[in-house]
Design a binder for this molecule. Structure first.
Ligand SMILES: [Zn+2]
Length: 445
């Protein structure tokens, strides 16, 4: 394979700033969808459709008919997270650049590079070994509403013998993985109002309530310094992983020390110290504050008592927790923690139930074999701390949902200097090509 044109082709995808959460980028999302559609047509798709939205359509494709062969649904997303803080990028986020074997760009690993890998593997397979179906959505990073609606109306789109979701990573370099669980998400905005309008801190300071102060006190009550989340009932549904699962995690090439120094880059790790880091990342709920809005944050000084403050927060959910229940619990906890003098409202922006995947279906063994043949090691079953809200819906047609991917743990998803190691891409193309072939053989006995 001549690699230069392949990198250039992926780069043309990465140059489109398809940030789904920012309305200013609606046209870019549409352009990214068109890029995907053109690729699907190039792969010989008979049917390519835009589903559910003009600006953030889910791209649907049906590959050439292969009578008697199984049907494989490939899922991915063409939208990306906002790139800020821009100053921290070594090269601009939407100017893909190769440095020492790595391709740097927003979306390089999450998820354009991986979508590209799945599609390149289809091209590399030559005559299609299976009946391909494609669902490439444009709102994964902002709630997947379009695809949720599409699948509610047309559940037959997920009718397949297997679904591959390549939006994940190896658990360590050289260690490909399949994922047995994903955390869910409950994303909320907490708004605090303490007065009709902002007030002069000289005239009123000392007697008037301050919205920012009320908000940070409230947030402080919701999570203790020890990492415990003070939302009554939140931990009730949480189940500890089995002894066997915990034992398997201890055998993974994971060092807490290296995780702290190389990946987190902080002075210390936080959270519930009684549990291992992997258990905190994969099997316990989180509470994170993403941003606080309000008051004065410009250059210089302005002596104001803010009347309003808003925090964006989220809770990651683990298997057995339910989004609807957690929303109720969070709303009640905020109400309880709010000071009497403030008007506090909670608005839930988006969310997802956690997902669990049974990896005993024979299709998993085929992927394991493909990885073994190409990279020399099979897949290890692990969990993921992240969320892909659409996963349960993708499996509703009864097909096993294979969560895997070619990323590496240090790809810096959602952060500055996101990258994809090109070796992962070249290996990945071979792995998925081999997987498609192996799956194709199962249908032709
Ligand atoms: Zn993703």
């Amino acid at each position: 394979m001549n690699r230069e044109p392949v990198i250039e082709q992926l780069s043309s995808f990465l140059r489109i700033p398809s940030i789904s959460t920012l309305p200013a980028h609606d046209a870019d999302c549409r352009r990214a969808a068109e890029w995907v559609a053109a690729e699907l047509r190039r792969l010989g798709c008979r049917e390519v459709e835009f589903l559910g939205s003009e600006t953030h359509p889910t791209v649907w494709g049906v590959g050439p008919a292969v009578p008697g062969a199984p049907t494989l649904l490939l899922y991915g997303h063409y939208d990306v997270q906002p790139p800020d803080p821009l100053a921290e990028w070594t090269t601009p986020p939407f100017s893909p650049t190769v440095r020492s074997g790595r391709l740097y760009a927003r979306g390089a690993a999450d998820d354009k590079g991986q979508v590209f890998c799945l599609l390149q593997a289809v091209a590399a397979a030559g005559r299609p070994p299976v009946n391909f179906r494609f669902l490439i959505e444009g709102q994964e990073e902002s709630g997947s509403q379009v695809l949720f609606d599409v699948l509610r109306r047309e559940p037959q789109r997920t009718a397949a013998d297997a679904v591959v979701v390549a939006d994940m990573s190896y658990v360590a370099p050289g260690w490909p993985a399949v994922y047995t669980a994903l955390r869910g998400l409950c994303y909320a905005e907490i708004n605090v109002r303490t007065a009709k309008s902002d007030l002069h801190s000289g005239e009123y300071g000392g007697a008037a309530p301050n919205a920012h102060e009320a908000l940070v006190r409230l947030l402080g009550r919701l999570k203790g310094e020890d990492g415990k989340i003070n939302v009554p009932g939140l931990y009730t549904a949480v189940r500890r992983p089995s002894k066997a699962e915990l034992a398997a995690w201890r055998k993974l090439p994971f060092s807490e020390r290296e995780f702290l120094t190389k990946r987190v880059g902080a002075k210390a790790l936080t959270g519930l110290k009684r549990y291992s880091v992997l258990e905190r990342l994969w099997a316990l709920p989180t509470f994170e504050i993403h941003g606080i809005k309000g008051g004065f944050t410009g250059d210089g000084a302005k002596t104001v008592i803010p009347a309003e403050a808003t925090a964006k927060v989220s809770i990651r959910l683990v298997p057995n927790q339910k989004l609807k229940t957690v929303e109720r619990q969070v709303a009640a906890a905020v109400k309880r923690a709010a000071p009497k003098y403030a008007t506090v409202t909670v608005r839930f922006l988006h969310g997802a139930d956690p997902a669990q995947v049974d990896v005993s279906h024979p299709a998993f063994a085929l992927l394991d074999r493909a990885f073994r043949e190409v990279v020399g090691r099979g897949t290890v079953p692990v969990r993921a701390g992240g969320s892909i809200p659409i996963i349960p819906a993708l499996g509703r047609g009864g097909a096993p949902v294979i969560l895997t991917g070619i990323g590496l743990p240090d790809d810096r998803l959602h952060a500055p200097n996101e990258k994809l190691d090109l070796k992962q891409l070249w290996d990945g193309i071979e792995v998925f090509k081999r997987f498609y072939e192996l799956l194709g053989e199962t249908g032709r006995r």
